[in-house]
Design a protein around this ligand. Structure first.
Ligand SMILES: NC(=O)c1ccc[n+]([C@@H]2O[C@H](COP(=O)([O-])OP(=O)(O)OC[C@H]3O[C@@H](n4cnc5c(N)ncnc54)[C@H](OP(=O)(O)O)[C@@H]3O)[C@@H](O)[C@H]2O)c1
Length: 279
């Protein structure tokens, strides 16, 4: 039996689909099993990684796990690890981390993922770590603005980066569930370096109308993120790092192609499949 946390999310749903396709017996952990909408045959257990008791119950008869940590990443890592340490059968974990862990500028997103990697590795030595850069699906942040105003206002600067398809992150994750990936770190990007402005232009091309593109100031980005989290110092550090040209995802890495034996999916493929969300 294999456990997937974050199974209802952007990466987790693809992981579930991939494993169901392989006929792997699967259990998903969800805070709201009644809303999970997972494929028939997938067991859904109620819970969340930070809730050790729920993870412990969900790990019964489980030998491998795909772990996604969302929200308080470090608290979730601690909660999962406490259950993993006392689970008798768990042999191998794939952890969805972030290439923020490689960022030269210290900030909360980096620090929490580095901490989470250490916590999970200490509990399950055979852990494979995925460190993707920004997902193609982050463009959905602009969907409402594009629909209503024909304009996208970008909060993370307009530095070059090589965004990756969450479906590719999941596919590498499914491959990394083989125990020979234990101890490995897969840093993942997409196949081309773009800017947010270029992504918006591609969306406009698919919509058949030009879209305006604006870059918000760092102060506006800090204010927006502070309004969501209430934590201004963390927002300041994260925005400084995200606006830095030193972001580690500013170059194309061959990892997706090396692990999967096929090229990484370009942004245009994702955008074509999801253009309805921007219409
Ligand atoms: N977005 C990016 O560009 C990017 C890039 C690199 C790394 N990452 C990392 O990837 C991970 C997120 O993966 P994802 O985008 O696939 O996840 P997601 O879609 O945001 O969420 C996955 C699932 O987690 C549960 N969840 C959501 N918010 C939660 C909260 N506050 N507390 C507890 N559970 C919550 C929900 O499942 P239920 O409701 O079913 O419980 C949700 O469907 C994060 O660790 C992030 O740092 C993201």
């Amino acid at each position: 039996m294999l456990l997937v946390t974050g199974a209802t999310g952007k990466v987790g749903r693809h992981v579930v689909r991939g494993l169901v396709g392989q006929g792997v017996p699967l259990r998903a952990l969800s805070r709201r099993p009644d809303r999970a909408r997972l494929p028939a045959g997938v067991e859904v257990a109620a819970g969340s990684p930070e809730d050790t008791a729920s993870v412990a119950a969900a790990l019964a008869d489980v030998d491998r796990a795909f772990v996604v940590l969302v929200g308080d990443v470090e608290a979730q890592a601690r909660g999962f690890a406490a259950a993993a340490r006392s689970a008798t059968g768990l042999r191998h974990v794939v952890l969805l981390s972030s290439s923020a862990a490689c960022h030269p500028v210290p900030h909360r997103i980096r620090d929490e993922h580095i901490a989470a990697e250490g916590i999970i590795r200490a509990a399950v030595p055979s852990t494979a770590v995925l460190r993707p850069g920004p997902f193609h699906s982050n463009s959905l942040w602009w969907a409402g603005q594009i629909k209503e105003t024909g304009r996208a206002r970008c909060l993370v600067g307009d530095n070059p980066g090589a965004p990756v398809d969450p479906a590719d992150v999941a596919a590498v994750g499914v491959a990394a569930l083989s125990p020979e990936h234990g101890g490995r770190v897969h840093e993942l990007t997409g196949p081309e370096v773009l800017t947010s402005g270029k992504q918006v232009a591609m969306l406009g091309g698919l919509l058949g109308r030009p879209l305006d593109f604006e870059v918000a100031t760092e102060e506006e980005a800090v204010a927006t993120f502070t309004a969501i989290t209430g934590d201004r110092p963390t927002a300041e550090g994260n925005v400084r790092a995200l606006h830095s040209p030193e972001v580690p995802w500013n170059r194309v890495l061959p990892t997706v192609a090396e692990v999967l034996g096929r090229p990484a999916r370009p942004y245009l493929s994702w955008a074509t499949e999801h253009i309805g969300a921007f219409r």
